[in-house]
Ligand binder design. Structure first.
Ligand SMILES: Cc1ncc(COP(=O)(O)O)c(C=O)c1O
Length: 386
C-alpha cells in the first residue's frame, strides 16, 4: 500500500502546524506567546451573526448552487465594483470554501502537468505546494538582498514557454508590503500582451494603513472582464475576521469561472449555506467594521515596529498592510528555523521561520493578537538575543 508521489512530495503547512504547537503548549499550561497567528482577534460583524442566526432559527441549512447563493453573489458584485473597479455578473463569480479553495480551483483549471506558475518571494507558505497539487512547477522570483518586493523585469526574466500564470499577493503575507501602481500597471500590460493569467490574491487588499490604497489590477486592464486574464481572489476571513466561516471567492472571466465551478462541484460542492448567509451579512454591513479593524491593526503595527526597533541588530521594512511583520534577524542567526525553534524553547514565543516563505534570515511576527502579547513576545526575544 503506497502513498501517491504527489502526497509524498507535499510539505505540511508550517503556519497551521505552528498553531497546533502553540495550542498544545497553552493546553499544557505553558506561558506561551503566539506571534505566529494569522487571524484577527476581533469578534465577527453583527450582520454575519444575524444572518447565521436567521438561518438557524428557520431550521433549514441545505445545499446551495455550487458557485454560491444569489444574495451573496449580489453582495460580492457590489463589493467588487466599489473596491476593485469592475462589476462582475453572477457568471463571473465562484464562491468557495475559503480563498484557499478559490486559488486551488484556479490552479486546477489552468495548469497542465509541467506548466509553470510564477510568484515572488517572500510568498504565502501555501503557494508552492498548491501549484504542485495541480501538477505544476512553482517558479520563485527572489528580490534583491535587503528588499521584500521584486521588479517586473525580475518577473519577466523568469518567463518561459511553459509560463501559465503569475500569482501576486499585495499587501503580502508575510512582508506586509504593497506593490505600487506603476508595478501593477506594468504587470497587467505584460500579462495581457502575453496572454498569461494574473491571479491577484486580494485577501489583505483592504487592510492597508496610513491612508494608502493597494491598487486593483482591474483598473489597468484594457480588456472587458469576460476577456480578462485577471483573476481576483478575495474573502471574508481576514477583512471581516471570519476565518472559521471558510468563505472566499473568485472574480474572473466567464469561461474560466465555469471551469472553476466544475472543479469545485467535483471536489466539495457548494460552500456551507450557513457561512454564505453570514458572509452576505458581513459584506452588507460594509465599511464600519473594516475601518475599525484597520485602525486597530495600524495601532498594533506601530506597537510591533516600536518594540522591534529596540532590538539592536534587527532590520525591518515597516509593514504597509496585513497583520504581519517580516524582520530580518540574520545578524543574530541566518538559519531562521533554528532561530525560531530556539525562541520557542528558551522564551516560549511562537514565530514562523522566514525559510517557509522563501526568504532565509527573517522571522514572521504577527500583530493580529493582543497588544500585551506583542510587547511581551518581542521583549522576550530581545532578552534572549541582545
Ligand atoms: C495570502 C493568503 N491567501 C489566502 C489565504 C487563505 O484565506 P482563507 O482563509 O480565505 O482560505 C491566506 C490565509 O492565511 C493568505 O495569507
Amino acid at each position: 500500500m503506497n502513498l501517491s508521489r504527489l502526497a509524498l512530495s507535499l510539505g505540511q503547512s508550517a503556519t497551521l502546524k505552528l498553531n497546533e504547537v502553540a495550542n498544545n503548549l497553552k493546553a499544557e499550561g505553558k506561558p506561551v506567546v503566539h506571534l505566529g497567528g494569522g487571524e484577527p482577534e476581533e469578534k465577527i460583524p453583527a450582520g454575519a451573526f444575524e444572518e447565521s442566526k436567521k438561518m438557524l432559527d428557520a431550521g433549514f441549512v441545505r445545499y446551495t448552487p455550487v458557485s454560491g447563493t444569489a444574495p451573496l453573489k449580489k453582495e460580492i458584485a457590489a463589493y467588487t465594483e466599489k473596491f476593485y473597479g469592475v462589476k462582475p455578473g453572477p457568471k463571473n463569480i465562484c464562491v468557495a470554501s475559503g480563498a484557499k479553495q478559490a486559488i486551488y480551483n484556479f490552479l486546477v483549471s489552468v495548469v497542465d502537468p509541467g506548466d509553470e506558475v510564477i510568484f515572488p518571494a517572500p510568498y504565502w507558505v501555501s503557494y508552492p505546494e498548491m501549484v504542485k497539487l495541480a501538477y505544476g512547477n512553482p517558479v520563485i522570483v527572489r528580490p534583491q538582498a535587503g528588499k521584500l518586493l521584486v521588479t517586473t523585469e525580475e518577473i519577466e526574466s523568469h518567463f518561459t514557454s511553459r509560463t501559465k500564470a503569475i500569482m501576486l499577493n499585495s499587501p503580502g503575507n508575510p512582508g506586509g508590503q504593497v506593490y505600487s501602481e506603476a508595478f501593477i500597471r506594468e504587470l497587467v500590460e505584460i500579462c495581457e500582451h502575453r496572454n498569461i493569467f494574473l491571479l491577484m490574491d486580494d485577501i489583505y487588499n483592504r487592510l492597508v494603513f496610513d491612508g494608502l490604497k493597494a491598487p486593483s489590477a482591474f483598473n489597468y486592464s484594457k480588456r472587458p472582464l469576460n476577456e480578462s486574464v485577471i483573476v481576483s481572489i478575495n474573502g471574508v476571513s481576514k477583512t471581516f475576521s471570519m476565518t472559521g466561516y471558510r468563505i472566499g471567492w473568485s472574480v474572473a472571466n466567464e469561461a474560466l469561472t465555469q471551469a472553476m465551478i466544475k472543479v469545485q462541484a467535483q471536489v466539495s460542492s457548494c460552500p456551507s449555506a450557513l457561512s454564505q448567509a453570514a458572509a452576505a451579512g458581513a459584506l452588507r454591513e460594509g465599511d464600519a467594521f473594516v475601518e475599525q479593524l484597520k485602525a486597530s491593526l495600524q495601532h498594533k503595527r506601530d506597537v510591533m515596529v516600536a518594540e522591534l526597533s529596540k532590538l539592536k541588530k534587527v532590520k525591518l521594512a515597516k509593514p504597509q498592510g496585513t497583520f504581519y511583520s517580516f524582520p530580518d534577524f540574520s545578524a543574530y542567526e541566518k538559519d531562521s528555523a533554528k532561530l525560531s525553534a530556539m525562541l520557542l524553547e528558551k522564551g516560549m514565543v511562537v514565530t514562523v521561520p522566514g525559510v517557509e516563505f522563501g526568504l532565509e534570515g527573517h522571522l514572521r511576527l504577527s500583530y493580529c493578537g493582543a497588544e500585551k502579547d506583542i510587547v511581551e513576545g518581542v521583549s522576550r526575544i530581545r532578552k534572549i538575543l541582545d
